[in-house]
Ligand binder design. Structure first.
Ligand code: FAD
Ligand code: NAD
Length: 475
């Protein structure tokens, strides 16, 4: 095998593998190095997202949601089910099969596109040189005309509650539990805390979420955040804000978490704890000294808007660079740099990155929150349409939540769209499209939406922004 490539990609997650595939599509010779290690010691491509993130979490969210519906919603449909129970081993088996199919799919794509997969560790030595160390330890020197760094991220640790793989888990451990803990503590009411907290709550755990901040989902529109907190609390997620964890006592019986809040000091006794306080870029072992690539004080690789590092032939994409740690953002960056390397045009529209939280109800948004628009001083109008006024949502027994459109008064531009409700993650795609094409509120108002669909809610919210909603009283 040649040790010379047009492009060497280090990291085979949602940033790296699309970069490799797109570069190969454009006629370049490409190798992709990845050192992901599964719990059985095997390697698989796909990074955090496919192996231990987006895909396994959504598999468990789906299974636990079905169980929840069987218990709590079938009766409303007139379906009688007695003695509903679940088999966690089967749920985990299903999840693991989905992960395996997904990760092996990447190898299939690599084969079809003639990308050379290199399982093992990669280290950038200089502008064009990479040291590759496979599992047998026999190092090889590779050269690439261009190098793409796509090393991703790892969970942040909380020094006062260190991960132990048993009682104190990271998000991967939380996805792999083989029994339902009676009492589960979650540190961090962010995306992972709420998604995985929901999974185990639906399966019967008493879940307490400790969040250090005094606000809930501060990055989301606060009208949405308020509704989310109400709905999640109704489901039994005990979310405690301003809770600062100060220590943990781990024993064979469980974990005693010490925390303080505005009312004083408390102890929370749980069987297991999931620490989900954010992730950090992974750059350890990635760069030799003096490569010229700049890593900032937070360990993030410095890049420009087109993901170029300080070294002209070296790019960096995905979670290891600035911006939201999202798989779709990572993928667009990977594709962009492949196109740039091949001499084509490439750009990412960072203003219109959708965010989705896969709780029930789902939460999704694109653009600015009402708080951000207010702070900008620009005159704005808001249209809200609740799902309880949607015939389709009612037919689905999914009438909670709403769609919200925020638009500028002066030129009618869409500034932000927020949905909390059924299939919000799918519905937001229309808003992303509209905003990407600089559509106005009137454009959205004039587009015909099929009836009865959930997407009518977005249409009606756009109409409501001008007090012309048809299916709900205008305010
Ligand atoms: P990663 O996916 O972390 O991949 C990096 C890869 O590079 C890894 O395989 C790593 O082993 C390898 N690597 C690192 N350094 C080296 C080296 N020196 N040599 C060789 N290989 C190396 N995002 C969403 O958009 N939607 C979701 O629903 C979602 N759900 C999530 C759920 C959970 C529980 C978690 C933890 C994350 C979730 N995310 C989600 C975030 C998403 O997983 C990340 O944003 C995404 O995986 C980032 O892709 P990446 O390629 O930059 O990094
Ligand atoms: P996050 O940033 O979403 O949330 C972390 C939360 O922990 C924050 O609310 C923060 O205030 C809190 N926190 C921080 N330190 C704390 C402490 N000491 N005690 C208590 N609370 C503390 O991070 P995450 O949930 O770990 O997720 C990591 C990344 O993975 C996110 O950037 C997210 O974008 C990505 N992700 C995305 C999805 C999705 O797109 N659906 C799903 C899961 C993860």
């Amino acid at each position: 095998m040649s040790d010379e490539f047009d492009v060497i990609v280090i990291g085979g997650g949602p940033a790296g593998y699309p970069a490799a595939l797109r570069a190969a599509q454009l006629g370049l010779s490409v190798a992709c190095i990845d050192d992901w290690k599964n719990t059985d010691g095997s390697q698989s491509f796909g990074g955090t997202c496919l192996n231990a993130g987006c895909i396994p979490s959504k598999a468990l969210l789906e299974s636990s949601e079905w169980y929840h519906r069987a218990q709590h919603e079938f009766a409303a449909h007139g379906i009688t089910l007695t003695g509903a129970s679940f088999d966690l081993a089967q749920m985990q088996k299903r999840k693991n099969t989905i992960v395996k199919t997904s990760t092996q799919g990447i190898l299939g794509l690599f084969k079809a596109a003639k990308v050379t997969p290199l399982p093992g560790h990669g280290r950038l030595l200089a502008a064009h040189r990479v040291e590759y160390t496979p599992a047998d330890g026999a190092k090889r020197l590779l050269t690439g005309k261009a190098i793409v760094l796509a090393s991703g991220s790892v969970p942040m640790a909380l020094p006062s509650v260190p991960f132990d793989g048993g009682r104190v888990l990271d998000s991967w451990g939380a996805l792999d539990m083989t029994e339902v803990p009676k009492r589960l503590g979650v540190i961090g009411a962010g995306v992972i805390g709420l998604e995985l907290g929901s999974v185990w709550r639906r399966l019967g755990s008493e879940v307490v979420v400790l969040e250090a901040l005094d606000g809930f989902l501060p990055m989301a529109d606060q009208q949405v955040a308020q509704e989310a907190r109400k709905q999640l609390s109704k489901q039994g997620l005990d979310i405690r804000l301003s809770a600062k964890v100060t220590g943990a006592e781990v024993s064979s019986a469980g974990v005693n978490l010490a925390y303080t809040d505005a009312t004083g000091s408390h102890t929370l006794s749980v069987d297991r704890v999931v620490v989900a306080i954010g992730r950090r870029a992974r750059t350890e072992g990635l760069l030799a000294d003096n490569t010229g690539v700049v890593v900032n004080a937070r360990g993030v690789i410095e890049v420009d808007a087109q993901c170029r590092t300080a070294v002209p032939t070296v790019y960096a994409v995905g979670d290891c660079v600035r911006g939201p740690m999202l798989a779709h953002k990572a993928k667009e960056e990977g594709v962009m740099v492949a196109e740039l390397i091949a001499g084509h045009y490439g750009a990412v529209d960072y203003a219109n990155v959708p965010s989705v939280i896969y709780t029930t109800p789902e939460i999704a948004w694109v653009g600015l929150t009402e708080e951000q628009v207010k702070a900008s001083g620009r005159a704005y109008k808001v249209g809200v349409f609740p799902f309880m006024a949607s015939g389709r949502a009612r037919a689905m027994e999914a009438g909670s939540g709403f769609s919200k459109v925020i638009a500028a008064v002066d030129d009618d531009a869409l500034l932000g769209v927020h949905v909390i409700g059924p299939m919000a993650g799918e519905l937001i795609a229309e808003a992303v499209m509209a905003m990407s094409y600089s559509a106005s509120t009137e454009d959205l108002q004039r587009i015909m939406h099929a009836h009865p669909t959930l997407s009518e809610g977005l249409h009606e919210a756009a109409l409501a922004a001008d007090k012309r909603a048809i299916d709900y009283p205008n305010r």
